[in-house]
Design a binder for this molecule. Structure first.
Ligand code: ADP
Ligand code: MG
Length: 699
C-alpha cells in the first residue's frame, strides 16, 4: 500500500523489490523519540512531540515559520522549503507536532515537524505519545527514511500478515528466541531496548545460521558426494620426501602436514586452506603434498599469482629436488612460444610431474594427463576460493590454497566455512626479531642517515612508496594482468603515480643521505625480465636498497634484507603493512621496520600503534577487522563475503560460533533437510545469500 511506479522505482534502487525485501530492510540506527513533552523539556538533538496552540504564522519564501505555545513556553516550528500543503496552521489552532529539536537564537525549534490538528472532539481522547525508539533507514535522495518507515508500518498493519519463520521451532525454544515475525516487527517498531536487542540477536543468529547452513551443505557436497583420488602415503615415502629438505620440519609444519596427509589418503577430495604468515614455511608443506601425489604417479601443479613468484617457487623447488627423478617445468609468460608448446605436450603426455606457473597459464592453457593435486598460492590475497576447472581426466584433484594473510576466525568462518583450515602459527627457528618504529616525515633524513650506516655494514633495505592521492593506495595489483591488457584504466594511472613517487624518493635518496649507495627501482611498469634482473641484483647483494612501489608485497624473499621503510604508512591497512613488514625478519639478523606517517591524528597513531606492539598476524588482522570492517579488510569487491543486514562479524562472534555449531549439527542429523520443520531453511538461505554463496544447486 502506498507504492506506485515512482516509489517502486526508488525502492528498486535500494534493492527492494518485494514486500519481503521491504520488511527485511532494517533501520541502521535508532533515534530516541522523547514522546509528548512540555516545550520547556525540549532538548536539542532529540525527537519529540508537543501539543501547542499556534500564535503566529510567518511565511517567507521558500520557507515557513510558525510560533506556538503550550501555555507556559513558546517555540517555533520551521520548514525550510516549500510550506507543506494542507497543514492546519492558523492562529488559534491546537496542533500536535513531532520533529527533531534544535536551538536557534536561544529558542527551541522543531525542524520540519510532522504536524496534525489536535481534535478534542474525537471519540477517543488522543493519547499522549510515549517515549520510543524510532528507526532510521538506509534511504536515498528519491525515497527518504520516514517514507520507508511509513510503508513498512502499512505492511505490518496488514491483518493476518504471514511471515514464515525459517528457523526450526526446536532452535527457537532452545535459544529462547522470539519468532521471526515478532523479531521483524520489533526491529521496525521497537517497544523497548531489551526487546529490540533480543530481536536483533535473533535475526543476526538467523543470518549466521543460514550462511553456515549453506556452507555446510556445500562442504558436504564436496566431501560426501564427490569422488576423490585416494592416495597412498607410506612411512618410506614420508622419509624419502623429508630427506629432500635441508632442515627438519617444525612442529607447526608437521601439524599442517598431518591434516593434509589425512585428506590425501581419504576417499574424498581435499579442500584445505593453509594459513601462515609470510616466511612461516608454507612452500615446503605444499611441496611435500606435491611429492606425495607424484609418488602416487599423479601430476601436481603449483600456481602463483605472478610470474615473479612462480619463478621464485620454481627456483626453490629446483634446489630441493636437485638430483631427484621428479620432472618439473616452469610455465612462464616470458618463455618462447616453441618451448611452451613443447611443455604443454609433455604435460599432456604425463612426462612432467610438477608444473609451476601462474594461474592463468596453468588453468587455461594446459591439459593434464592425471592431475592429482593443485596448490594455489594466493599470497596476500584473500581471494574467493573458486574451484578452478582443470582439463584432466578422472576424479577431481586435491586442492590446497595457501594464504599469507591471517584471517580472523569470524571472517574465515563466514567466508571459508566450507573449507578445512590448517594454520602454521610459528615460524621456523633462528629468525631475528623485528623492531617497528613510527616516525614523522621530519625524521626522514635522520632515519635514512642511520640506515645508511647499517647498509654500509652489509644489511639491505626496502623502501616502499605508495602513491598518495585522492584514490586509495591500498590495492596495487600484480602486473601480469596489466600486460595482458585487462587492467582497468584507473589502476594503470595509480601504478603510474606510484612509479613517480618511487622515482622521486629514489632521486632524493641518491642526492641526499644515500649518496654513493647502489639503489634499485622496482615498479609495476617494468617487464618481467627487468623486474627479475633487479630482484636478482638485490638478492646477489649488488644493491644496497630497493626502492619499490607496492609490488614487493607479492612475496620477494631475500633473507639478507633486514630493513624496510614504508612511506605514507597511514595510507595502508594494517594487514597490508603486516604483509610488507614480512619482507624482512627472514634471516637470523634482527630487523627494523620504519613506518613514516604524515598523519597527526590520534586515530592514525592508534592504528599504527598496533604494528609496533605485535608481529602476530592474527592479532593484527583482528585489529584491522575492528578498525576497518570486513569489506575493507578483505579488500576486494569479489571477496565472497555474504552481505549481512543484521549480524556483525566483529561483535557477534559468539552468536556466529553458536550458529555454526547448530547448522552443522542439523546437517549431520538431516542432510537433505527433509524434515518438515526444515523445509523453510533452504529457500530462506537462497533468498538471502543464494547469489553470493552459489548454493543454488545445493541440496
Ligand atoms: P612462506 O611460503 O610461508 O612465506 P617459505 O616456505 O617461503 O615461507 O619459507 C620461508 C623460509 O623459511 C625459506 O627460506 C625456507 O627455506 C625456510 N624454512 C622453511 N621451513 C623451515 C624449517 N622447518 N626450518 C628452517 N627453515 C625453514
Ligand atoms: Mg611463500
Amino acid at each position: 500500500k502506498g507504492v506506485g511506479p515512482r516509489r517502486a522505482a526508488a525502492l528498486a534502487e535500494l534493492n527492494i523489490h518485494t514486500t519481503r525485501d521491504l520488511l527485511h530492510h532494517f533501520p541502521f540506527r535508532y533515534e530516541q523519540d522523547a514522546g509528548e513533552i512540555p516545550i520547556a523539556d525540549l532538548t536539542p538533538g532529540q525527537t519529540a512531540t508537543i501539543r501547542a496552540v499556534v500564535t503566529r504564522v510567518s511565511r517567507r519564501q521558500p520557507g515557513l515559520r510558525c510560533t506556538v505555545t503550550d501555555g507556559d513556553d513558546t517555540c517555533h516550528l520551521r520548514w525550510f522549503r516549500q510550506p507543506p500543503r494542507r497543514l492546519p496552521l492558523f492562529r488559534g489552532a491546537t496542533i500536535v507536532a513531532t520533529g527533531k529539536v534544535q536551538i536557534y537564537q536561544d529558542q527551541p525549534e522543531l525542524i520540519q515537524p510532522k504536524t496534525e490538528l489536535f481534535d478534542p472532539d474525537a471519540d477517543a481522547p488522543a493519547k499522549p505519545r510515549n517515549a520510543q525508539q524510532v528507526g532510521i533507514y538506509p534511504s536515498s535522495a528519491r525515497i527518504k527514511s520516514p517514507t520507508i518507515r511509513q510503508l513498512i508500518k502499512n505492511i505490518l498493519a496488514t491483518p493476518n500478515l504471514a511471515i514464515p519463520d525459517p528457523l526450526p521451532p526446536e532452535l527457537l525454544r532452545c535459544h529462547k528466541f522470539p519468532d521471526h515475525a515478532a523479531a521483524v516487527r520489533q526491529m521496525h517498531i521497537p517497544t523497548s531496548e531489551t526487546q529490540l536487542d533480543h530481536a536483533r540477536r535473533r535475526l543476526a543468529y538467523e543470518e549466521f545460521f543460514l550462511i553456515e547452513l549453506a556452507l555446510g551443505l556445500r562442504r558436504r557436497k564436496y566431501h560426501a558426494l564427490q569422488a576423490g583420488q585416494q592416495l597412498r602415503l607410506t612411512a618410506e615415502m614420508d622419509q624419502r620426501i623429508r630427506a629432500r629438505f635441508p632442515f627438519a620440519l617444525t612442529d607447526a609444519q608437521n601439524d599442517a602436514l598431518r591434516d593434509i596427509a589425512r585428506d590425501l589418503t581419504s576417499p574424498h577430495s581435499m579442500t584445505r586452506l593453509l594459513q601462515g604468515d609470510v616466511g612461516s614455511g608454507k612452500t615446503v608443506v605444499a611441496l611435500y603434498a606435491a611429492l606425495v601425489a607424484i609418488a602416487n604417479h599423479r601430476q601436481a601443479a603449483i600456481m602463483a599469482p605472478t610470474d615473479i613468484l612462480a619463478r621464485q617457487h620454481f627456483n626453490n623447488i629446483q634446489t630441493y629436488l636437485a638430483n631427484s627423478r621428479v620432472r618439473t617445468c616452469l610455465l612462464s609468460g616470458q618463455s618462447p612460444r616453441s618451448t611452451r608448446s613443447a611443455d604443454h605436450a609433455a604435460i599432456r603426455a604425463g612426462q612432467i610431474d610438477l608444473v609451476v606457473g601462474t594461474q592463468a597459464l596453468i588453468q587455461q592453457a594446459v591439459t593434464f594427463k592425471h592431475l592429482g593435486l593443485v596448490v594455489v598460492d594466493e599470497q596476500h590475497k584473500f581471494g574467493v576460493i573458486q574451484r578452478h576447472q582443470f582439463r584432466t581426466k578422472g576424479p577431481a584433484p586435491h586442492y590446497l590454497v595457501m594464504t599469507a594473510t591471517p584471517i580472523p576466525r569470524t571472517l574465515a568462518m563466514a567466508v571459508f566455512g566450507d573449507l578445512d583450515v590448517s594454520i602454521i602459527k610459528s615460524p621456523p627457528p633462528g629468525r631475528g626479531r623485528i623492531t617497528t618504529r613510527i616516525v614523522t616525515p621530519a625524521r626522514w633524513s635522520t632515519v635514512m642517515t642511520y640506515v645508511r650506516r647499517r647498509l654500509l655494514a652489509g644489511e639491505q633495505a626496502y623502501v616502499v612508496c605508495p602513491q598518495i592521492g585522492p584514490e586509495d593506495a591500498a590495492d596495487n595489483q600484480p602486473t601480469d594482468n596489466q600486460r595482458a591488457g585487462n587492467q582497468p584504466a584507473d589502476t594503470a594511472t595509480k601504478s603510474r603515480r606510484q612509479l613517480i613517487a618511487a622515482r622521486q624518493t629514489c632521486r632524493r635518496l641518491q642526492v641526499g643521505p644515500w649518496k654513493d649507495l647502489n639503489v634499485g627501482l622496482l615498479h609495476g611498469s617494468l617487464t618481467s625480465a627487468e623486474k627479475e634482473q633487479t630482484i636478482a641484483d638485490f638478492r646477489a647483494n649488488k644493491l644496497h636498497a630497493l626502492v619499490a612501489t607496492t609490488v614487493v608485497e607479492v612475496g620477494v624473499d631475500v633473507p639478507n634484507a633486514t630493513i624496510i621503510i614504508i612511506d605514507n604508512a597511514d595510507h595502508f591497512g594494517l594487514s597490508q603493512l603486516h604483509q610488507l613488514r614480512g619482507r624482512v625478519g627472514r634471516g637470523p639478523t634482527n630487523s627494523l621496520c620504519v613506518l613514516v606517517s604524515r598523519s597527526s591524528s590520534a586515530a592514525a597513531a592508534e592504528r599504527l600503534g598496533v604494528m609496533a606492539q605485535t608481529t602476530d598476524g592474527f592479532r593484527i588482522a583482528e585489529a584491522d577487522l575492528r578498525q576497518r570492517g570486513p569489506g575493507e579488510l578483505l579488500g576486494t569487491r569479489q571477496h565472497g563475503l555474504p552481505e549481512l543486514r543484521v549480524g556483525d562479524l566483529v561483535n557477534d562472534f559468539a552468536l556466529l560460533d553458536q550458529a555454526r555449531a547448530d547448522a552443522f549439527d542439523l546437517i549431520a542429523r538431516d542432510p537433505n533437510l527433509a524434515h518438515a520443520e526444515h523445509q523453510h531453511l533452504l529457500p530462506a538461505a537462497r533468498a538471502m545469500f543464494g547469489h553470493q554463496l552459489a548454493l543454488i544447486d545445493a541440496g
